[in-house]
Design a protein around this ligand. Sequence first.
Ligand code: NDP
Ligand code: 8X3
Length: 257
Amino acid sequence: MKKTVLITGASSGFGKACAERFALAGHRLILLARRADRLHDLAAALGAQCDVTVIAADITDAHAVETAITHLRAPFDQPDILINNAGLALGLSPADEADMADWETMIATNVTALVRMTRLILPGMVQRDRGHIINIGSTAGHWPYPGGNVYGASKAFVQMFSRELRADLLGKKIKVSNIDPGMAETEFSLVRFNQAQEKADKVYEGTKPLSAQDIAEIVFWVCNTPAHVNINSLEVMPVCQAWGPLKVDRSMGFADE
Ligand code: NDP
Ligand code: 8X3
């Protein structure tokens, strides 16, 4: 059955790859991001495979997003799948040095905008008694690392919000899934390091990271499990990534006290 899939952050990385994957199966797409040129190019490229409409908006702009969503016209006005993917990390500074504006942008995008989009789409899903919300979290929401501070915390929020939604939606035929990728090569690091290409490249040097297509395949599979099956959460890393031991600082002088 053809479904309507609303993908936030569709101009790049996971969102774009999800658009391509769902287009391949002939689903109807609503693509949201700020970079209108990218969205229109993608819509033109996918137009032969499926119906596509574009919302060029900053997802943190509550008024713009609400206006765009409430003005969606048939056949785009009843999203079956919402992929809450738009998000970003900004900087890698320790908490006492981090830029407050970066923190606020991450919270506004990764948390507030995701919650707001969910609140806009969910009543229609409840009314129709069908739907699936996919929230893109991160391994950073489980496993802290130096400089992850607000980014990791924002993704921990996404995990718990996903579970809270499931609790509220029990009895409705609406699925909620949280997907937590580890290191994946997209524009993520370029954004984190303020377009410093060399610094971004270093993150992936000598590794085989996840690709955007790997994540899109997983999202597509999660959306195609039998009607009675809900994937609550799914964590995925490249084989070349795993946990290190907890760090111990032996130079703090406690031994001399
Ligand atoms: P990209 O930077 O490649 O893509 C991010 C997308 O989010 C872009 O389409 C961007 O569009 C959109 N976006 C960001 N801010 C806004 C905004 N204010 N309004 C609308 N759209 C916005 O990164 P990824 O594909 O890697 O990231 C997608 C998600 O996956 C994010 O939530 C990220 O935190 C998460 N993630 C990424 C991992 C990785 O290693 N790559 C691992 C785990 C999770 P535009 O700039 O055009 O607005
Ligand atoms: C992206 C993965 O480890 O760079 O969410 O934070 S990580």
